[in-house]
Ligand binder design. Structure first.
Ligand SMILES: [Zn+2]
Length: 139
């Protein structure tokens, strides 16, 4: 009789564990199913300095000023400066102190233009080591 009750308890424990495992598996599947909705939004990744980066969601409006490899609050047009503007789902190099302003000439980067731009989803200021990459958005 005692053995039987122990076996029953073990069975009950196994069932409970099984249910817990199923519940966790269900939660994981649910998370995976829901994830694309949150991470599917596109974003701009601005890289500068020695491996630093800033990610700005494309639905945000933000001006990012990088001077001499560091993010600063305001543009002064001194040193190696880049002014990146993100608004209305687009990014552009608003201003830069590099010699030939090639990064400014690269124009507007967004989900529509990235397919036809020469640099694709990138704006690159090679002399200053600053880049902007469009990420996500169902690509
Ligand atoms: Zn430049």
């Amino acid at each position: 009789m005692e053995r039987e009750t122990i076996e029953n308890r073990q069975k009950t424990n196994l069932l409970l564990m099984g249910a817990a495992v199923l519940l966790v598996a269900f939660a994981v599947v649910l998370c995976l199913l829901l994830r694309p909705k949150t991470s599917g939004a596109s974003a701009f990744v601005i890289r500068f300095g020695e491996g630093q980066s800033i990610t700005v969601s494309s639905d945000q409006t933000e001006t990012v000023v990088i001077r001499d490899g560091v993010r600063v609050d305001a543009a002064t047009r001194e040193g190696k400066e880049n002014v990146i503007v993100i608004e209305n789902g687009s990014a552009r190099m608003e201003d830069a102190t590099c010699p030939h302003h090639e990064c400014i000439d690269q124009g507007v980067l967004n989900a529509q233009t990235s397919a036809s731009r020469p640099l694709g989803p990138w704006i690159i200021c090679a002399p200053h080591g600053v880049s902007v990459e469009l990420r996500g958005g169902g690509q």
